[in-house]
Design a protein around this ligand. Structure first.
Ligand code: ADP
Ligand code: ZN
Length: 432
């Protein structure tokens, strides 16, 4: 059931006591970093002033901008020779940031990944195919070491080359995959082209879906097509990478490993804590990192804390699947929309394929949204009336959900550009 039972089921007061001890150590360590030296001096904060977990609110937030400005070594809290690994963010929203680890940091990161994978039911006898990019991106190596520590045969194939992925799955009886959800959807088409049925022709039983927002409906589609259970995996390079939040077998929110991270949910505008259970921006503090501790990092990811204990028996609190980043929010005709809302709606509609794209344009003072949707091939042969009916249906479904009427363009499968990494859902052609 548990990889590290004592920690995973630790009563909340004990967990908080552990967090407090680790917070004090972290703040004291951070005080050695040039960046935090300045921050502490400016705010008159002494590490000794942290006398309870709540005192964390006396520490200023750290932002992605701070990390960018401290490039390359401004947040190091140890001598450079103590470091053994560098990683970087994907650079989805601008210049990427770099993160450094000591050997002990990597050890702790590996622990939480092993714990996460074990929690979903993955075991030593599994064959794990890691379909995430290796290299600076954290998804590859992070999971790799976790799976090896668990004792599973690990295939470090990396991203892309769909046919080879399928071949490997079949030849080596892969049971567990780690994959980006948009790529998992795309791969279904390759399976179909090759007339391989994962349910019949593979032994897949578990998938870890991570790196980008996706809806419950997408999870269900993936589970149905591949015949497996899919678990949501959340992380960000600034907090190591994957292993920050992970679903257990209950699939009812992601447990955040609170012995490693201190989480807060704040209102992104006022930066005050939100009321219990309300949505806000996730703010994280590393509790076990020595090389590059980060205090109160504004992730920009929106989520909420799910109240109450989890049926699995773990005490670490759960968060809801991420809605998106505050930066991802589209404002069109005064309406706020997250791309994942559109994804959710589209994935519920029969006939909708595996890929879509949102294009924003400005004509005069008006913003226009065009949703380009791949639909099943059969709509393009024979009676085109069916295609028009589907287009109307999709338009109406979207309108009822997002309250503006987009122009919907229907496309044949495999028309939209695909990426090996995170899907690019929005093309914003509005110029200000
Ligand atoms: P970048 O911030 O440049 O994209 P990262 O590779 O560190 O680089 O990506 C981390 C971000 O990816 C998170 O902050 C979050 O926005 C997104 N992300 C990762 N996993 C998930 C997930 N399971 N659900 C939703 N979003 C996710
Ligand atoms: Zn649970």
């Amino acid at each position: 059931m548990f990889w590290e039972e004592t920690i995973e089921t630790m009563p909340l007061p004990d967990l908080q006591a552990l967090q407090f001890e680790r917070l004090k150590t972290t703040v004291a360590r951070a005080a050695n970093a040039p960046f935090y030296k300045k921050v502490f001096a400016k705010s008159g904060l002494e590490p000794a002033a942290i006398k309870s977990l709540d005192d964390i609110r006396r520490i200023p937030f750290t932002t992605k901008e701070d990390l960018r400005e401290s490039w390359p070594y401004g947040l190091l809290a140890v001598a450079k020779e103590e470091l053994v690994r560098m990683h970087s963010s994907s650079g989805t929203t601008g210049r990427s940031t770099v993160i450094f680890h000591t050997a002990a940091d990597l050890d702790a990161w590996t622990d939480i990944l092993t714990r996460s994978m074990f929690m979903t039911g993955m075991r030593k006898a599994d064959v794990f195919q890691n379909m995430m990019t290796y290299g600076l991106f954290t998804g590859g190596l992070g999971f790799h070491y976790g799976a090896e520590r668990l004792g599973a045969l690990t295939i470090p194939v990396g991203a892309g080359n769909s046919r080879r992925q399928i071949q490997l799955m079949r030849d080596f009886d892969t049971t567990v995959i780690h994959i980006i959800p948009s790529y998992a959807l795309h791969l279904t088409e390759v399976f179909e082209e090759l007339e391989v049925e994962p349910r019949r022709d593979t032994r897949l039983r578990i998938a870890f879906l991570g790196a980008e927002p996706h809806s419950e409906k997408t999870r269900q589609r993936i589970e149905e097509f591949y015949g497996l259970k899919a678990f949501n995996s959340y992380g960000l390079s600034e907090m190591n990478g994957p292993g920050v939040g992970f679903e257990c077998q209950c699939q009812a929110g992601l447990h955040v490993w609170e012995d490693n991270f201190l989480m807060e949910i704040v209102d992104p505008d006022t930066l005050e804590p939100v009321a219990d259970g309300m949505e806000g921006e996730l703010v994280m503090t590393t509790l076990r990192r020595a090389g590059m501790p980060i205090l109160r990092y504004r992730t920009k990811d929106l989520t909420r804390i799910i109240a109450g204990p989890c049926a699995c028996g773990r005490t670490h609190r759960r968060i809801e699947r991420i809605t998106g980043r505050t930066d991802d929010m589209l404002i069109i005709k005064g309406v706020n929309i997250f791309p994942v809302q559109i994804e959710k709606k589209l994935m519920e509609i029969d006939g909708v394929g595996t890929n879509f794209q949102i294009i924003l344009e400005r004509k005069g003072y008006n913003d226009h949204m065009i949703v380009r949707v791949e639909v099943a091939r059969e709509f393009f042969s024979g009676d085109l009336k069916q295609l028009e009916l589907l287009r109307k249906h999709i338009t109406e479904e979207l309108r009822s959900d997002i309250l503006i009427t987009p122009r919907v363009d229907l496309l044949e499968p495999n028309t939209l550009p695909k990426t090996e990494g995170k899907a690019v859902r929005v093309i914003d052609n509005r110029t200000d």
